[in-house]
Design a protein around this ligand. Structure first.
Ligand SMILES: [Cu+2]
Length: 122
């Protein structure tokens, strides 16, 4: 019985440690570079996943959004810094091209500025 308690406690600690210090793929991902272009997929479902996409500077980039969330809130995606505002169809790939000529961190949001994601160009 005692050994069982120890196992449960160790598992709980391991889970908490993973939660705080582990690398979550939810958080950040690097776009895949293929030849002279790069692509990253973003799932829209109660927010943007991954929240942050890292792009290589100078390589033309495509962000492929796929919205699973039916709420009106996430219908529109707005990249203020790039002057982009697009509607995302449900369960369909929507490609948004990003100009990667300037390094920096650029946030984007839903049409109501409630959910946020980030593009890092470096
Ligand atoms: Cu919204």
């Amino acid at each position: 019985m005692q050994i069982l308690v120890v196992i449960v406690v160790v598992a709980a600690i391991a889970f908490i440690a993973w939660w705080f210090f582990g690398k979550h793929d939810q958080g950040q991902s690097q776009a895949q570079v293929k030849g002279n272009s790069q692509e990253a997929r973003i799932t829209v479902n109660g927010g943007y996943s991954p929240e942050t996409v890292v792009l290589k500077q100078g390589v033309p980039a495509k962000l492929v959004f796929n919205r699973l969330d039916k709420s009106n809130c996430l219908k529109e995606v707005v990249f203020k810094d790039f002057g982009i505002s697009e509607e995302l169809p449900i369960k369909q790939d929507k490609v948004i091209e990003i100009d990667t000529s300037k390094a920096g961190e650029y946030t984007y949001a839903c049409g109501m500025d409630m959910f946020h994601g980030k593009v890092v160009i470096k």
